[in-house]
Design a protein around this ligand. Structure first.
Ligand code: NAD
Length: 322
């Protein structure tokens, strides 16, 4: 039997597009998507799909053994904003799911693991500009703590047991195909929907809150590139810094206005402001660029144009874009 790939949490914002990209690359039948729900029917019907709870070790193990799965992409997690509401659930899901796949790799059931970390590993004491690969990490959110601890375990499993685990610290991911799942950077997706539907948006972050962001296509390319890189090129086994674009709600609003001139933005910061304030505004990802030739394609202008034109098509050309 050909070896297969398993994606856990495949119905989420990133999992959906990762599944599509992996199926295009390796063939539909070789990529098994899984989640705890079937809410994304397009994805569920686009190839093999299983209901798997990421907290259930035996369910993951059975799937891997029965289907000759050799690579697992673990995308299930509770994100930053949701994690603050349900701290123990975030800890339980984010940590136990990671242990399950790391242990399967340690026991040689599978060969390789992709597990995403986040810019949430950083905290208020981290240098905010051009945050280096190796720096102070004192996260102040439950989500950030799970990612920081997860990174340590990934490196530990690599060092102690030779597990081939690879990871990137995704910045905020911007996409038009799937809604974001409860993070602090969700505003940068919602704003595009509202620009087309209502011509206005109320941001839950202040106008000058600068955060590192990335267009989905770049996030998927980075993930595939990292997983295809030769083993000896990977010198970071905790998680690589990854960067593309940095902007504030105000600069994003100005970029949108170039195409939707009547667009208006207002600001009503909520509890997510404190989370955003604890994160860097820009990231130094030179180690990833050197080790596995990472390069982003989308800047603020090209990402904004792509988001607006794709969403306008989805919303039956509701606005005329300039
Ligand atoms: P998401 O919330 O959109 O998707 C997560 C998916 O996991 C959902 O489909 C959900 O149904 C599923 N899930 C939840 N509990 C599960 C369980 N017990 N078993 C199986 N599946 C379960 O998240 P996302 O934005 O796609 O993020 C994917 C990964 O990337 C996460 O590890 C996240 O921390 C990381 N990340 C995302 C961003 C971002 O901006 N989206 C940024 C940094 C890091």
């Amino acid at each position: 039997m050909d070896s297969k790939i398993l994606i856990i949490g495949a119905c989420g914002q990133i999992g959906t597009e990762l599944t599509t990209a992996l199926r295009e690359k390796h063939g539909r039948e070789n990529v098994i998507a899984s989640d705890i729900n079937t809410r994304n029917l397009d994805l569920v019907n686009s190839g093999p799909f299983l209901i798997i709870d990421a907290k259930n070790y035996n369910a993951i193990k059975d799937c891997c053994e029965l289907n000759n799965v050799k690579t697992v992409y673990l995308m299930a997690a509770l994100l930053s904003a949701t994690g603050e509401k349900y701290p123990m659930e975030a800890w339980d899901l984010n940590m136990n799911s990671l242990f399950h796949v790391l242990n399967l790799a340690k026991d040689k059931v599978i060969d390789a693991v992709f597990w995403p970390s986040s810019i949430a590993v950083f905290g208020p004491s981290t240098p905010k500009q051009n945050t280096p690969q190796h720096t102070i990490c004192e996260p102040t959110t439950v989500y950030g703590i799970t990612k920081q601890v997860g990174e340590r375990w990934c490196e530990y499993y690599h060092e102690k047991y030779g597990v081939d685990v690879r990871s990137v610290r995704y910045p905020g991911i911007i996409s038009y195909k799937t809604e974001p799942g409860g993070g602090t950077t969700d505003y940068a997706v919602e704003i595009f929907h509202k620009a087309i539907l209502d011509g206005s948006y109320t941001s839950f972050l202040k106008e000058d809150t600068e955060l590192p962001m990335m267009f989905m296509e770049d996030a998927i390319s980075a993930t595939l590139q990292l997983m295809e890189a030769p083993k000896d090129a990977i010198c970071i086994r905790s998680s690589y810094n990854l960067a593309a674009i940095n902007f504030t709600p105000q600069t994003l609003s100005n970029a949108i206005k170039k195409h939707v001139p009547e667009f208006k933005i207002s600001y009503e910061p909520d509890f997510r402001q404190a989370i955003a304030d604890s994160w860097p505004s820009s990231i130094d990802d030179s180690v990833a660029r050197t080790d596995w030739n990472w390069n982003h394609n989308y800047d603020l202008e090209s990402m904004t144009f792509e988001m607006l034109s794709q969403l306008n098509t989805i919303y039956d050309s509701k606005v005329t874009l300039s």
